[in-house]
Design a protein around this ligand. Structure first.
Ligand code: CP
Ligand code: NVA
Length: 308
């Protein structure tokens, strides 16, 4: 069974093959209406369950459209409306769904929920974001960087802000794709120790720099994300904003990076909080390419999981 649960759980050569396949499929569709099928429709006869226990715009729509372009059908399920939200175990849900559908994509809270789904499902399971990681996003981000700037290997990527789930997958990608990674943010919001430690053990050039202006020197890419994630309590909002305000990505900060440094944000963004609108809408921002590439990258991930 080939799941897609974590950037670190898929071998680097497979991650590379997924990105190559995503590029091929994107190129092959250039200029085509979005509602048309791909030339190749390997998901014909397949049904994909998309389970959401948290809100989503990009993940929901890009998976749904991607399955349809590949000839398959989708079923979008809200966790709260399923028996899963009313006491049925994950293990039983996994075994039942596996009798109906060919692939499960799940967005949930705890990583353990996703892992249990994968353990008991007899069809592949894809991580559509947990509190801990967001691997589909980072596959789209690596694809996007390389479209604009060529190979990501050896480049310097700086994450400014909360060391959250998206940041964690970026740290893992540093090891798998061979780029240098710098985290800049307040110590209390550092990525969980395990991610940085594992990356260092794997020989990745990972640094932590508390001064954002120093951190971005020489950066090829600066990345921001929301200061309050979906799993963070709203009561922590004011405290987090106060802690993270110095790490806002604005033109002053981008001025310290390389002149052609790209800016990324997985979206949804809170404009003029974690990043200013002039950066988000500026010439080096690729935020909407990232969003588009979710579609292409995830189509390749689904094909990889199903071996088709
Ligand atoms: N970036 C991302 O995953 O967006 P959604 O929450 O809208 O799916
Ligand atoms: N870190 C954000 C990402 C949203 C796509 C969150 O978990 O809410």
């Amino acid at each position: 069974m080939t799941h897609f649960l974590d950037i670190n759980k898929t071998p680097p050569q497979d991650l590379r093959a997924i990105i190559d396949n995503a590029r091929e499929m994107k190129d092959a569709r250039a200029g085509r209406p979005k509602g048309t099928l791909d030339d190749d429709t390997p998901l014909a006869g397949h049904i994909v369950a998309l389970i959401f226990e948290k809100p989503s715009t990009r993940t929901r729509v890009s998976f749904d459209v991607g399955v349809r372009q590949l000839g398959g059908q989708t079923m979008v399920l809200s966790g709260a409306d399923m028996q899963l939200g009313h006491g049925e175990t994950i293990a039983d849900t996994a075994r039942v769904l596996s009798r109906y559908v060919d692939l499960i994509m799940m967005r949930t809270f705890e990583e353990d929920t996703l892992l249990e789904m994968a353990q008991y499902a007899t069809v592949p399971v894809i991580n559509g974001l947990t509190n801990r990681t967001h691997p589909c996003q980072i596959m789209a981000d690596v694809m996007t960087f390389e479209e604009h700037r060529g190979p990501i290997k050896g480049r310097k990527i700086v994450w400014s802000g909360d060391g959250n789930n998206v940041c964690a997958s970026m740290v893992q990608a540093a090891g798998q794709f061979g780029f240098d990674f710098t985290y800049t943010g307040p110590e209390i919001l550092d990525p969980e120790g395990g991610f940085l430690g594992d990356a260092r053990k794997a020989g990745v050039n990972v640094t932590v720099e508390r001064d954002p202006h120093k951190a971005v020197i020489g950066a090829d890419l600066v990345v921001a994300d929301t200061w309050v994630s979906m799993h963070d309590s709203q009561s922590s909002r004011e405290r987090r904003h106060n802690q993270l305000r110095p790490y806002q990505v604005n033109t002053d900060l981008m001025g310290n990076a390389k002149p052609d440094a790209l800016f990324m944000h997985c979206l949804p963004a809170h404009r003029d909080e974690e990043a200013t609108s002039d950066v988000m809408d500026g010439p080096n921002s690729v935020i909407f390419d990232e969003a588009e590439n979710r579609l292409h990258a995830q189509k390749a991930i689904m094909r990889y999981c199903l071996g088709i």
